[in-house]
Design a protein around this ligand. Structure first.
Ligand SMILES: [Fe+2]
Ligand SMILES: [Fe+2]
Length: 475
């Protein structure tokens, strides 16, 4: 196992000490990062000792080390998954060539843009979530959000390492700009729209980690196939951390569903107003939040038909989800893929060249994954004898980018007039009233073993600790 020296200023497994120029550049960036964390990281968290997982090696057994850490002292490090001996380019025009250890000049600006766009999402989500610690439903949940936050911070480190190591002065400037943009800022916003939305309450946070971090998983998985080997290895290690973020989201919403179903059964009611009076979130409101986060995140994949996506693939920069396990020619020049489009008031499916449909394909992989996870949520009402089932809306629902932009599509996939949409929108997307109700539930629960009324306790704690473990100690 490759151990990581925590005495070093920047823990790493990339032999940073052997490259003085790079080491100095990162040591120069580090205080700016820490200043960003102090300004934009979790509110009021400086003196907390948090039971966190820190990577101490990239070995499957060693990367999850748990202990109390004072958050600003968290050791953000640079870790790449081990190199694969003889790794080749597995798709596109360069298929069969040796994977690249350096950036080819002709792809330099495109690769830089890809890395910056990925990197920008990492600090953005920390900024979006920074006030939530003040309304945590339990110490367990507080610890989990902080774990997600420090790892998103580390993901920023991972991308900045690539920029510094492989893109010279331009890369260093991009590294600074990543600390200057701000989620939701009118003058200098984060790059992607979904990362400028607010995450105002814990239901939004759980939906975000369930849905938007899952987009992160699929983007990272596609970049893990890249011919540019340092990017591939960086993303492979990030994926191991991402799994926990998805768990936090899926189990967080599941615990809300569980609590609501419990009260529905106990009081023999499905009436949203009554349930709200009982202090839990009714299932239709949860569905509306799901609809919102699903549609906003769908847009992150970009247009259904995209020549950029085609050239990223052909040039070997970004592959498909689990590229090497797919059985085809890995060039896709003559393959087809179905995409939807709106014609009049109908949604039609047509076949297009598979290369140009790679955004759509990645979105479909993500949707498939989400459907399975929602199936697991649905076992909760099923077990309680409640008829309600969660369902993903149609792909075209509430979209701003691609073939559905400018159209009004219902969750069932019906094309509507603007009036028709306006008439029913409040049933499909969270209303101001829904948001105000959810906000009204947000208190702060910090007694070990206590959980807010609207959410069930987890079955087991973190790292097999009990659910009443003192996950955060307040200094
Ligand atoms: Fe991340
Ligand atoms: Fe994440």
């Amino acid at each position: 196992m490759t151990g990581i020296d925590y005495a070093e200023k920047i823990p790493n497994n990339v032999e940073l000490t052997s490259n003085r120029t790079l080491q100095r550049a990162l040591e120069h960036w580090q205080p700016n990062y820490l200043k960003w964390w102090a300004d934009m990281g979790p509110d009021d968290s400086k003196s907390y000792d948090v039971y966190l997982r820190t990577a101490v090696s990239v070995d499957p057994k060693g990367w999850a080390h748990y202990d109390y850490v004072r958050m600003p002292d968290y050791r953000w490090g640079i870790f790449l998954a081990p190199a694969e001996a003889g790794r080749q380019v597995n798709f596109g025009a360069h298929r069969g060539e040796a994977a690249w250890q350096d950036v080819p000049g002709e792809y330099r600006s495109t690769l830089r843009r890809i890395i910056v766009t990925q990197g920008d999402t990492e600090p953005a989500s920390v900024e979006q979530q920074r006030h939530l610690g003040l309304t945590c439903p339990s110490l367990y949940d507080l610890r989990n959000i902080f774990q997600v936050n420090v790892e998103e911070g580390r993901h920023l480190w991972a991308m900045v390492y690539l920029l510094h190591a492989h893109f010279g002065k331009d890369g260093r400037e991009e590294g600074e700009a990543l600390l200057e943009r701000r989620s939701g800022d009118a003058d200098n916003p984060r790059i992607l729209t979904a990362f400028n939305e607010k995450t105002p309450d814990w239901l939004s946070f759980f939906m975000f980690t369930f849905i938007t971090d899952r987009d992160g998983k699929y983007q990272l998985a596609a970049l893990a196939e890249s011919a540019f080997d340092p990017l591939s290895r960086t993303c492979r290690f990030m994926l191991t951390e991402e799994a926990h973020h998805l768990f936090v989201g899926e189990s967080g919403v599941a615990r809300i569903i569980e609590r609501t179903c419990e009260l529905m059964a106990q009081h023999k009611t499905g009436d949203p107003a009554r349930l709200r009076n009982l202090g839990v979130i009714d299932l239709p409101t949860l569905q509306r939040y799901l609809n919102f986060h699903f549609s906003v995140t769908s847009d992150l994949y970009g247009s259904e038909v995209s020549s950029n996506a085609a050239s990223f693939y052909t040039n070997g920069l970004k592959g498909r989800f689990q590229e090497t396990t797919l059985q085809d020619d890995h060039r896709l020049e003559s393959a087809e893929y179905p995409v939807m489009e709106v014609t009049g008031d109908r949604i039609l499916t047509r076949q297009v060249n598979a290369l140009t449909a790679l955004n759509e394909r990645l979105r479909d992989d993500w949707i498939h994954d989400l459907e399975n996870a929602i199936g697991r949520w649905n076992r909760i009402p099923e077990k309680t004898g409640i008829a309600f089932r969660f369902k993903l809306p149609h792909k075209g629902f509430h979209r701003r980018i691609g073939a559905f932009a400018g159209h009004h599509v219902s969750p069932e996939g019906k094309v509507l007039s603007e009036t028709g949409w306006k008439h029913q929108e409040a049933q499909w997307l969270p209303t101001a009233e829904d948001r105000a109700f959810v906000q009204s539930l947000m208190g702060r629960v910090t007694e070990p073993g206590q959980y807010a009324h609207w959410i069930a306790a987890p079955r087991i704690g973190i790292n097999k600790q009990p659910v009443d473990f003192e996950y955060v100690r307040f200094g």
